[in-house]
Design a protein around this ligand. Structure first.
Ligand SMILES: NC(=O)c1ccc[n+]([C@@H]2O[C@H](COP(=O)([O-])OP(=O)(O)OC[C@H]3O[C@@H](n4cnc5c(N)ncnc54)[C@H](OP(=O)(O)O)[C@@H]3O)[C@@H](O)[C@H]2O)c1
Length: 244
């Protein structure tokens, strides 16, 4: 299972209790202190789709599960290609995207660059909650004040005259998120449409405070069958690898 998400960890926990599966979890190695996992874990890239295909063949795997983040596009592409190369069954565990509801004030963006451009030219106070790898894209609009939150320190480092960096890891709750938005006098939140509950609180807090959200949409869906929950994933595994 390719992981790095809350859902992958939850599925790992469920699989660890079922002795008929001999499962391995794979992490990219981006997080300095990854959360403890219930399955044996390997860390690091495979060397593209070909490398992943070789790894799957050498390890005599029967099934590949892509439970990576909806915005980790390259590894999902590699996973789909590796299943074509090997002919292995595979599926993707991907949480459903968030949907705007009454009271939300969302603007849609297609990428981090697009979201940064949409803040506008007049200086604003921005909560940038898009992870550590793309925060430097805010350099294109350095007139704004940024509150930048990530699990690990941002890298590459942005060159911003007005930025406050915050290290924290979800799950977050709505009250504390609202407090954070108020404390930093935020008037726009930028987020990827990751889905799931762990990081949804900032959206609910923005709604409660009438703050605009620039929502970065997902790229196209992966080219393998997809389920949205851990229970559906367990049913899919049982279907693809029936007992006996
Ligand atoms: N992008 C996000 O917003 C985000 C948010 C939360 C968590 N994550 C997690 O962080 C990891 C990296 O994300 P990313 O956006 O940098 O991915 P990415 O751009 O899609 O992948 C870049 C490269 O990292 C390696 N890789 C990615 N996931 C891997 C895994 N689970 N096991 C082994 N190698 C992996 C692969 O290297 P090779 O080509 O050498 O195999 C891949 O080509 C993912 O596992 C994802 O689930 C990402």
């Amino acid at each position: 299972m390719l992981g790095g998400t809350t859902e992958a960890s939850a599925l790992a926990k469920a699989l660890a209790t079922q002795p008929r599966y001999d499962a391995l979890l794979s992490l990219a190695g981006r997080t300095e202190k990854p959360a403890p996992q219930s399955l044996p874990t390997r860390v690091g890239g495979f060397g593209g789709a070909e490398g992943l295909a070789r790894f799957l063949r050498d390890g005599k795997f029967d099934l590949l599960i892509d439970a990576t983040h909806p915005f980790a596009a390259r590894i999902s592409q590699n996973a789909a290609q590796a299943t074509t190369i090997t002919g292995l069954p595979a599926f993707c565990l991907r949480r459903a995207p968030w949907q705007a509801e009454a009271g939300d004030n969302w603007r849609h963006a297609t990428s981090v660059q697009d979201a940064i451009a949409q803040i506008g030219s007049a200086p604003r106070r921005v909560f940038l909650a898009i992870g550590r790898q793309e925060a430097h894209r805010a350099d294109a609009a350095s007139q704004h004040h940024y509150l930048i939150r990530s699990v690990d320190p941002v890298d590459p480092q942005p060159q911003l005259p007005h930025a406050h960096y915050l290290l924290d890891r979800g799950p977050f709750d709505v009250e504390r998120e609202a407090e954070l938005l108020r404390e930093h006098r935020i008037d726009v939140v930028i987020t990827k449409n990751s889905g799931g509950s762990a990081t949804y609180a900032k959206i609910a807090a923005a709604r409660a405070l009438g703050i605009e959200v620039i929502m970065i949409g997902r790229a196209e869906a992966p080219a393998i069958p997809t389920v949205a929950t851990v229970d559906e994933a367990l049913a899919m595994i049982n279907h693809l690898l029936p007992p006996g």
